[in-house]
Design a protein around this ligand. Structure first.
Ligand code: BDR
Ligand code: CA
Length: 312
């Protein structure tokens, strides 16, 4: 089987880190590069964190590109209250074993899509959609060449996590999200409706520690840190491990189920900025623009993560 070529667009983030590790551990995927974007923490840290994760995985040969340092129109909103001041609090990660590439992430995305066969490169955004929106704005021809965009962002039933109406990734750059959702590309969305069911458990984290490799110990530490915020916020145990849902979908799509629906992005209202208005019940005749996931096989998801992370 030829591995599927992907570009991971990311703002690490503990859950981004687990997603990147899952991709690097999976022979079904060929990670062409990581494109960093400002989001959970500012760009200099998301670049540094991307390099550290590649070093942790023993894959410093994975090219890392610095992208946009702020959203297309608004000031940057960050989430240190969730991820800590480094973005990756909770584990002592190795120092980077490489430096970032000179090329801008947006140009890397454009050049890669133009140079690879049309329909062979999948984009995997795990953060605000600024780099992808900027690439589509600068080079509209790439829309027809993208195999699929599988992204973490938005919510319908769960509504919001950074405001009462919006999920963080879409809220930070709704104008970029609007470009992406209007692009005509094949889009698959992992919203909070799914990721709030992908809750970590004490048994899963203990299981990683029992495997006792540098990668599984780091993921246990990162997840422990990440949990404390969501446990305090939502109650119960465990935290939503959002971003790895994107990568898990590429490896084992039958873990997820959802509906093909119209999705529009609210960009005008101060109150509901960044809301993903998904026509889940089909009450309009607007065109269906995205596969909007709603459920996940939680056990299967965490089994896949353990099985792959232990191989790194
Ligand atoms: C998303 O926001 C970030 O904090 C996480 O990394 C994830 O991509 C969840 O709303
Ligand atoms: Ca993220």
């Amino acid at each position: 089987m030829t591995p599927r070529k992907i570009i991971i667009d990311t703002d690490p983030g503990q859950d981004d880190a687990v997603a990147i590790l899952l991709a690097l551990a999976s022979p079904e995927l060929d990670v062409l590069g990581l494109t960093a974007v400002a989001g959970n923490v500012p760009l200099d840290l998301t670049v540094l964190n991307s390099l550290k994760i590649c070093a942790l995985a023993g894959r410093a040969d994975t090219p890392v590109f610095a992208g946009c340092d702020r959203p297309l129109r608004h000031d940057l909103v960050t989430a240190e209250h969730v991820h800590g001041s480094t973005g990756l609090d909770g584990a002592d990660l190795p120092a980077p074993a490489a430096t970032a590439q000179d090329q801008h992430a947006v140009d890397f995305i454009i050049d890669t899509l133009r140079s690879q066969d049309a329909g062979t490169v999948t984009l995997c955004p795990l953060g605000p959609l600024t780099n992808i929106g900027a690439a589509l704005q600068k080079a509209p021809d790439i829309a027809d060449r993208i195999a699929e965009i599988v992204l973490m962002g938005g919510a319908y039933f769960e509504v919001g996590n950074i405001t009462p109406a919006a999920e963080f990734n879409i809220f930070v750059d709704p104008e970029a999200a609007d470009i992406v959702f209007k692009s005509g590309c094949k889009i698959t969305v992992m919203p909070l409706d799914v990721t709030h069911k992908a809750l970590t458990s004490r048994a899963w984290i203990d299981g990683l520690r029992a495997i006792d490799t540098p990668v599984t110990n780091a993921v246990a530490g990162l997840t422990d840190f990440f949990e404390r915020f969501d446990v305090a916020k939502y109650g119960g145990t465990g935290a939503p491990l959002h971003d790895p849902c994107v990568i898990a979908y590429l490896i084992q799509p039958d873990l997820f189920s959802g509906r093909h629906v119209n999705v529009e992005i609210e960009t005008a209202s101060e109150l509901t900025r960044g809301m993903t208005v998904a026509d889940w019940w089909g009450v309009t005749d607007r065109p269906k623009t995205a596969m909007f996931m709603g459920d996940v096989d939680r056990d299967g998801y965490f089994d896949l993560l353990t099985e792959r992370l232990r191989t790194l």
